[in-house]
Each structure stands twice: as C-alpha cells, then as structure tokens.
Design a binder for this molecule. Structure first.
Ligand SMILES: [Zn+2]
Ligand SMILES: [Zn+2]
Length: 370
C-alpha cells in the first residue's frame, strides 16, 4: 500500500517538476542551442496555454496551491519513514554503525526541514507604503527593462527597478526572482539566499539518500553480480530501496538542473524575471527593431521600431514606440539621430552585473530596506 502510494506521488511530483521546470526556463537560456530553444519554447507555450488560459484550471491551481508545499513535506516525511522502516536495516554494517553517517543522516534531515521552513516563513521583500520610497531609491533603473516612475496598477504604488507584481500572491516584491510553485512563495530580495540554500540542501539530501539506497541494494546482491539498471525491476531485491533510489536519482537530476540555472543567473547578474525581460530585448534586436536614441535630451534612451496603420486612408508608416508603455514617441519624419542595436552582448550593458563573486555577495549580504 505504502509503495503504491509512493509510486503515485512520484508520478505526480515528476509531472509537477517538469511543468515548473519548463515554466522557469527563459528563452534566452537556450540561445546557443537553437534547436533545443525552439522545441523548449513550443513546450513552454503549450504548458502556459494549458494552465494560463483556462480560468477553471487557474482557479483550481490557485485554490490548491497551498497543498503543494504541504504535499512536498509529506512526501519527504513518508520517504524518510519508509527509509528507516525498510532500507536502514539493509545497509552494510560499516555504514549502519558509522558515527560519521549517523551524524550526516541527522544533519541532512534537520537541514532540509529547517531551510524549507525558513524560506516559507521569511518575507521575500514585499513592497508596502512604508518602504516603497526607500526601495525605489536603492535600485537603479536602466531605461531598458526597468523605467522611472512606473506604477503598479494593482498596488497603486511606484514600481521600483528590479521589482515585479506577483499575480499569485497579489503584491509587489523587491528584486523579484520568481514565484516558486514548490514552496508557494515569492522568491525575492530577502529570501533568495535561503532559496539557494534550499536547492543545495535538496541536492545533498537527495544524492546522499540515493547513495544510501544504492548501498542497501548492493548489500542484497549475490556475490559477484554486476550493477545494471535492470536491478531496479528485480523483484527478488527489496522494493522500497529500489523505489526510493529511483526517486532520489530523478530528483537529484531535476534539482541540479534548477540550481545550474540559478548559478548561471548569478554569473550573468540577472534574476529569473530579468532573464525573461532580456529575452524580449534579444527578440527585438534579432528582428532589427531596437534603436538607441543618440540625443542626451531624449526622455527614453531606447525605442522600438513599429509599423503603424492609418485607419482613414489605410496607409502605413514607421513609428518609434516607448519600451516603457508602448506609447508612440515619434515617427520617421522626426530627425532624431538613431542607431540600430545589432548585438545585445556587445552594445547593451547590464548595469546590474558586477561579476559573479560580487553578484553572489550582493544576494547574500543584503541591506535592510524595511
Ligand atoms: Zn503590485
Ligand atoms: Zn508570489
């Protein structure tokens, strides 16, 4: 009974992981692998449409979202219960009675629960009336993906640079990264470092769990038998150790993929949210539609070239619109000096990138902004 429940949990959580993984892959991440990019974006769009356009499903997800972190903690607890009930006794004598492994097992369990609770309970950096002006002066706008005096229409407050309104939680969050499905929590300025600790503690917990289950399986083998994946379906061996081993291996791989995205974001000096915005900029540059206004007096430094249709005589003209609010700023008759941007990496500067070490330091040693 417990094994079939575990199998159902595995299928459900693997499906959920795949959905959240695709939802978290920004297009720009795949720019070097065009083939993969097209395939991924297709799947990505499919997933978003399937979830995002159906208000019934959307409503059901919003209503039951609290169940995801609770379910996650429940599955972890169930796996631990099954591990100690069935697998621990099958471990080789040297591991079972090793002081080192006893301490490591206790520390791994304690850290996974402790860090999960900290990330869930910590304020991600919600922007409220009392801290909005401080946050606004702390983060600089770059007039490319973040703009001065932008207002959040839901909170009715200034939207500081690098912040975003989370539609799931219904508040603006400073240095917004993403809304984590697993934890049902915004990840932002205050809890990002704990989110990284959460990912690393999961990798340690899962890979160490896989190692222990592997040792339990090896300990049951007849002498001289070689390792092969067919062992997973060998019914003469303990079922729980094989199931937990498979679960731990799958989740170790998924968590390493997630974590590698975040290490890359730290290297690039972006958040998950900003990566999405940069991929929009890359799209414009790729189509030759982004222009720099070479006039110091201009309000907006970058504009997007568009074609506008005159409904009266059905004529077309080239116009330049604001990246901030898509307002038409001027047309081609205005003789403003413009320069077409042809390369994101060579011509556009990410002012938030201060090098990998400094980016990481910035996320760990944070200033209290209220
Ligand atoms: Zn808001
Ligand atoms: Zn949120």
């Amino acid at each position: 009974m417990s094994n079939s429940f575990l199998l159902i949990s595995i299928v459900a959580f693997v499906a959920l992981s795949v959905v959240s993984l695709f939802k978290n892959i920004p297009g720009s991440y795949w720019q070097k692998w065009e083939f993969l990019k097209l395939r991924t974006l297709k799947v990505n769009r499919f997933v978003i449409e399937r979830i995002g356009t159906s208000s019934k499903i959307d409503h059901a997800i919003k209503g039951s979202r609290k169940l995801i972190p609770i379910g996650y903690v429940f599955v972890i607890s169930l796996c631990l219960y099954l591990f100690f009930k069935h697998v621990f006794r099958l471990l080789p004598f040297g591991i079972k009675h090793s002081y080192f492994h006893q301490v490591l097992i206790s520390a791994s369990i304690a850290s996974i629960y402790f860090i999960t609770i900290v990330v869930v309970l910590l304020n991600p950096g919600v922007i409220k009336k009392h801290n909005v002006s401080r946050v606004n002066s702390y983060f600089r706008n770059n007039n490319l993906i973040f703009f001065n005096d932008k207002v959040c229409s839901t909170c009715n407050m200034i939207k500081p640079a690098r912040s975003k309104h989370c539609s799931v939680c219904d508040h603006c969050v400073m240095l917004f990264d993403h809304h984590c499905l697993w934890l049902d929590k915004c990840i932002g300025y205050y809890n990002y470092k704990w989110f990284l600790a959460y990912l690393f503690s999961n990798i340690e917990f899962l890979s160490y769990g896989a190692y222990l289950c592997y040792q339990a399986i090896v300990n049951q083998w007849p002498n001289g038998r070689k390792w092969s994946w067919s062992i997973i379906i060998d019914s003469t061996l303990d079922k729980t150790s094989r199931t937990l081993f498979l679960l731990a291996v799958i989740y170790t791989v998924i968590t390493i993929v997630f974590t590698s995205f975040h290490i890359r974001y730290l290297y690039l000096g972006v958040t998950t949210n900003e990566c999405e915005k940069w991929s929009d900029i890359e799209y414009l540059v790729g189509r030759g539609l982004l222009y720099e206004v070479l006039d110091n007096q201009a309000d907006e430094k970058f504009v997007e070239q568009c074609i506008s249709r005159n409904t009266e005589d059905n004529s077309y003209e080239t116009v330049y619109i604001s990246l901030k609010d898509e307002r038409i700023l001027f047309d081609q008759s205005t003789e403003l000096p413009l320069r077409k941007i042809v390369s994101v990496t060579d011509e556009l500067d990410n002012i938030y990138d201060k090098g990998f070490i400094n980016n990481a330091k910035e996320r760990i040693f944070i200033t209290d902004l209220g």
